[in-house]
Write a protein that binds this ligand. Structure first.
Ligand SMILES: NC(=O)c1ccc[n+]([C@@H]2O[C@H](COP(=O)([O-])OP(=O)(O)OC[C@H]3O[C@@H](n4cnc5c(N)ncnc54)[C@H](OP(=O)(O)O)[C@@H]3O)[C@@H](O)[C@H]2O)c1
Length: 520
């Protein structure tokens, strides 16, 4: 049985060849090659290791290596660049021009893999990485299968395949994609990446909860009033209108990353720390989310789209003015929702999720709001919401944990003030946090699927999301709220938490955009 990398000491994987489909693209140069280089530099890749970059564009290997050298320079941490191992690393990379829908290309790839096995003694171990847009994925999986590249070369070797999100565009397409994948690959060969799960601080949620005695007794409906999960970005859609306008914030962020975060916060302690037990518990949480009735979607899920605004005299474009976005687009760039987990631990505790683009800052954090004391003995705390303890888990940036609690202000008067006990990951010294992709690539090579998403988790999360997509599609009277770029989203998102002493936590007080809140 494979145990999680969370508690393992570092292990070096077996020799292998990694094939990146879509190697001419953005993810390869921004994330995959820089992460592989950092692993190599840290001595965490096997001695016999090779990368084949596969894509349609014709690029000579020398030119591909040059562009990867540039990418490493731009995206790797400085310490790794100093190690002077870039050229040796690049010697292990080659480029292969092929077509995703052409079996000949896959036969030729198979032949090259056999040659590398012979040249470099890579033992027949293969890792295929689908770094291509969603529409190309099923065809590649199909051709790998038809050319028998899906099967391990021998009883001692392994063949694994990594899929990038999106895992479908809705429930039906997710089920269909999985059917196509599992025609040729067994579930244990399939590694679905949700890079949030590779982040140190996300893994630390589990350690905070299950390695400390002080939190778990309070971690339930008796002591927790509500939970808030915010993931905001200050940037817009950059040049990704083609992708984003068909996706929107609900599919892009909530269906995957934020439901996974929620499951880590809410899951029961797994019986053992392995891939099956952990993912079983995560699945149970997602399956326990209360399904939305069509009539509830309007009030429980707020959607928004950023509009033009002015910050410090600078005009920011609205979503519909971004290049490539249709002027009448109804794609949401903001979602806030309220949900319940119908189980014994969480019955009646609202969970709030909020995510958006063009908000005042980039932050991902989880706020656990504890219930107040039964009686307010000290009445001089002005802000009632402040009399509740909060545990803030900051996922990014400035990773860490913050506890807010009340203290006496020094002096002769009995005055109470809320203070922060604030732990920053950076305080642990000059330990570089490995990037999520480093962690996940290494885990996959080691065969550890703990931090990857299983198919049943994908399906369960789409089952939760689908009624919202259906309601938005079928009921055009559900409003799309315009919010000025640079603000915390539609004002009516506050109403989700209304009726309580609370509002959303605002992680920063940056200057906000000035513009119009309106219904679009
Ligand atoms: N970039 C990111 O930060 C990021 C983050 C999270 C997830 N992802 C996911 O990772 C995957 C790769 O992302 P990416 O940003 O690298 O994508 P990309 O740059 O758009 O595409 C990667 C490569 O795929 C090929 N390609 C493009 N459109 C295609 C099509 N319609 N059919 C077949 N091949 C096509 C192109 O190579 P050739 O034309 O040369 O074959 C392209 O260079 C996607 O599934 C994306 O959703 C990316």
């Amino acid at each position: 049985m494979q145990h999680s990398g969370l508690v393992q000491t570092v292990q070096v994987p077996q020799p292998c060849v990694m094939v990146i489909f879509g190697a001419s693209g953005d993810l390869t140069k921004r994330m995959l090659i820089p992460s592989l280089y950092e692993l190599y530099s840290a001595g965490l890749l096997p001695e016999n290791f090779s990368v084949i970059g596969f894509a349609r564009k014709e690029i000579p290997t020398a030119e591909f290596r040059d562009s990867m050298r540039l990418a490493i320079g731009q995206h790797c941490q400085e310490d790794f660049l100093k190690s002077g191992k870039v050229n040796n690393f690049l010697d292990n990379i080659e480029y292969f021009t092929g077509k995703y829908d052409d079996q000949e290309s896959f036969h030729a790839l198979g032949k090259r893999l056999m040659e590398i096995d012979a040249e470099k003694d890579t033992g027949g171990n293969r890792l295929f990485y689908m770094s291509v847009p969603y529409e190309a994925v099923a065809g590649i999986a199909d051709n790998l299968g038809k050319c028998r590249l899906n099967k391990p070369v021998s009883d001692d070797s392994w063949t694994r395949v990594i899929f990038e999100k999106p895992f479908g565009n809705d429930l039906e397409s997710a089920v269909s994609l999985n059917r196509q994948i599992t025609r040729y690959f067994r579930e244990e060969q399939v590694f679905r990446i949700d890079h949030y799960l590779g982040k140190e601080t996300v893994q630390n949620i589990l350690v905070t909860r299950f390695a400390n005695g002080i939190f778990e007794p309070l971690w339930n409906r008796n002591y927790i009033d509500h939970v808030e999960i915010t993931s905001s970005e200050s940037i817009g859609i950059e040049n990704r209108a083609g992708y984003y306008d068909h996706t929107g914030a609900l599919r892009d962020m909530v269906q995957n990353h934020l439901l996974q975060l929620l499951s880590y916060i809410a899951m029961e302690p797994p019986a053992v720390f392995d891939a099956k037990a952990l993912r079983d518990e995560s699945l149970k949480v997602i399956q326990s989310l209360r399904p939305y009735e069509p009539s509830e979607v309007r009030s429980m899920v707020i959607r928004g789209q950023y509009t033009s605004s002015v910050i410090k005299g600078e005009v920011l474009p609205g979503y519909r003015q971004e290049e490539g976005v249709p002027p009448d687009s109804r794609t949401e760039t903001f979602v806030a929702l309220k949900t319940y987990i119908d189980n014994w631990r969480w019955g009646g505790v609202p969970f709030y999720i909020r995510t958006g683009k063009r908000m005042p800052t980039r932050v991902t954090e989880i706020v656990i709001h504890f219930k107040s004391t039964p009686y307010r003995l000290f009445t001089d705390v002005d802000d009632i919401a402040q009399s509740y303890n909060q545990l803030v888990i900051r996922i990014q940036p400035d990773e860490g944990i913050l506890i807010k609690f009340a203290m006496k202000v020094p002096g002769t008067e009995l005055k109470v003030k809320n203070v922060d006990m604030d732990f920053h990951y950076s305080d642990l010294g000059d330990v570089d946090l490995p990037s999520a992709y480093e962690k996940l690539l290494l885990d996959c090579m080691l065969g550890n699927s703990t931090l990857f998403i299983r198919n049943d988790q994908v399906v369960a999360s789409w089952e939760f999301i689908q009624p919202v997509l259906d309601a938005w599609k079928n009921d055009s009277s559900i409003p799309l709220q315009g919010y000025p770029a640079g603000t915390w989203g539609p004002e009516c998102a506050d109403d989700l938490i209304a009726g309580k002493d609370f509002k959303w936590r605002y992680p920063c007080r940056n200057l906000e955009g000035e513009g119009e809140y309106c219904e679009l």
